[in-house]
Design a protein around this ligand. Structure first.
Ligand code: FPP
Length: 281
């Protein structure tokens, strides 16, 4: 498919993005718990679904800004395993919204060089959603800009359990020995295999919880809680979160002095270098 020119940032936006790149590391992977859609709607005496609809606008803006500023991976917690237990009409509306968003946004994602991936128990989603997801992932698989990773019918505990089962099967069939089970083997059996762990977790809606999201991968992520409800969270708030991230000292269980020594020189991110030190890889 022919691709149109990508959406360009405004001059003012470009200036902020340049400043962010100049002032420190841009997180390679940002994970987001998009919370507060229901409360946003309630505050305006609207049905909850109006909040979800408005939230799609935030998804669009954040995806575009992440791509422009140089974030490599953006994982959005769009539907959790637990969300299946919401009232049936809200679940159906969310699924319809996901389908219409994929239909509306597929070309824009492609145009902006975004690669779409998904993690979670995808087989549980309605078949039309599964098909549209597969089609969009296939359309965008050659793109080398931002990877937009949707967590759908996903939970951290579900993911760890399925990894443990996959490893147990391999042990049972004599493909690996118990002694060979280590952190890297477990990580390679998660649905996020091959992606860097999130450097930054953003949660909107002002609550201080992880809510069963990326339980393994968030071990050393910096947490940023925004009081904004997801439908209000736009690129200016993302830039604020990145600025805050840049002011943190990530120590990965070490002391400052060790971190400073390892941060000198080299192509690899500090996170990668320190992780190698800790795990001996
Ligand atoms: C949490 O808010 C949000 C969700 C469960 C769904 C998020 C979905 C979208 C933003 C729309 C579709 C997504 C994509 C990727 C196109 P909540 O309902 O729990 O809010 P509350 O805590 O205020 O009740």
């Amino acid at each position: 498919m022919e691709r149109e020119a990508p959406n360009k940032p405004t001059e003012e936006d470009k200036k902020i993005q340049d400043e962010l790149r100049a002032s420190g590391d841009i997180p390679a992977h940002i994970a987001v718990i998009m919370d507060g859609n229901g409360r946003w709607a309630k505050k305006r005496a609207l049905p909850r679904v109006a909040g979800h609809r408005e939230g799609v606008g935030s998804v669009r803006d954040i995806v575009e800004a992440c791509g422009q500023v140089g974030v490599e991976y953006l994982t959005l917690y769009a539907f959790s395993t637990e969300n299946w237990n919401r009232p049936q009409d809200e679940v159906s509306t969310l699924m319809r919204l996901l389908l219409s968003s994929l239909r509306d946004e597929a070309d824009r994602l492609h145009k902006n060089n975004v690669r779409l991936t998904a993690v979670g128990d995808i087989a549980k989603l309605p078949i039309e959603v599964q098909e549209k997801l597969a089609e969009t992932m296939s359309l965008t698989k050659v793109n080398n800009g931002l990877t937009l990773n949707l967590a759908l019918s996903y939970s951290g505990r579900w993911e760890i359990l399925q990894a443990v089962k996959a490893i147990a099967e391999k042990v049972k069939h004599g493909e690996i020995k118990i002694d060979e089970i280590n952190e890297s083997l477990l990580a390679n059996n998660l649905t996020t295999a091959g992606m860097p762990e999130p450097d930054l977790l953003i949660r909107t809606g002002g609550e201080y919880r992880i809510s069963n999201f990326m339980l393994w991968q968030l071990a050393y992520s910096e947490l940023y809680i925004s009081e904004k409800y997801w439908p209000e969270f736009r690129r200016s708030h993302l830039y604020e979160a990145i600025r805050d991230y840049q002011s943190r000292e990530r120590r990965f269980g070490l002391v400052s002095e060790q971190v400073r020594r390892r941060s000198n020189g080299g192509e690899k991110s500090l996170a990668a270098k320190i992780y190698e030190t800790i795990t001996g890889t």
